[in-house]
Design a binder for this molecule. Structure first.
Ligand code: GDP
Ligand code: MG
Length: 186
């Protein structure tokens, strides 16, 4: 994949997708988003608003426009949250490997998405962030993989801080979205 936001003409974008970041507060949704967009680790990001960012990526030879919605989390169970869940083309389901409750929350998120969409085929990727941390009771990679397998979705352990696997996780989600959209064959 290459990222050339300045040299790609908007007319060359043939596909636009919305990716929504979901997961408990503090798991690193904003940090991972920033790492993906800008290539650096933002230590402290104000978790007050829902932000939208645009990025153009070249994937499999196609210029794809992305809108990334970085949710703040306060909208749990609200109409606003349902709106994100209805509109997103794909979801980054994020927990922190250092926060077990955030891991245990994931099945509920999947259920919410499936309910709002009335489908169990919504493109999602499971991401365990903060892989640079190793506390007692760390969520193991096996536990992450097991959870992802139960939903038949891809899984990545990532670190926004260490810039590990961040691009890879978005790319795999975009590929799933493109398959779902019929842009590439199954
Ligand atoms: P959000 O509420 O999900 O958007 O989480 P933030 O992006 O605001 O991150 C919450 C806290 O976790 C901040 O203090 C970040 O600096 C920290 N953080 C985020 N990603 C990582 C990571 O990969 N490793 C470590 N060690 N800390 C991280
Ligand atoms: Mg945030």
């Amino acid at each position: 994949m290459s990222i050339k936001p300045d040299v790609i003409n908007e007319d060359d974008i043939t596909e636009i997708y919305q990716v929504v970041m979901v997961g408990e507060c503090g798991v690193g949704k904003s940090a991972v988003t920033m790492q993906f967009l800008k290539g650096f680790f933002l230590e402290d990001y104000e978790p007050t608003v829902d932000d939208r960012y645009q990025k153009i990526v070249n994937i499999e030879g196609t210029n794809v426009g992305l809108e990334i919605v970085d949710t703040a989390g306060q909208e749990a169970y609200s109409a606003i949250r349902d709106k994100y869940l209805r509109e997103g083309d794909g979801f980054v389901l994020m927990y922190s490997v250092a926060d077990r409750p955030s891991y245990e929350k994931i099945p509920e998120l999947v259920k919410q998405i499936q309910k709002v969409r009335d489908s169990d085929r919504v493109p999602c990727v499971l991401v365990g962030n903060k892989s640079d941390l190793d506390p007692d009771d760390r969520i193991s990679e096996e536990e992450g993989q097991e959870l992802a397998s139960s939903f038949k979705i891809p899984f990545y352990e990532v670190s926004a801080k260490g810039a590990q696997n961040v691009q890879e996780s978005y790319i795999s989600l975009i590929k799933l979205i493109r398959v779902q959209a019929g842009s590439i064959p199954r």
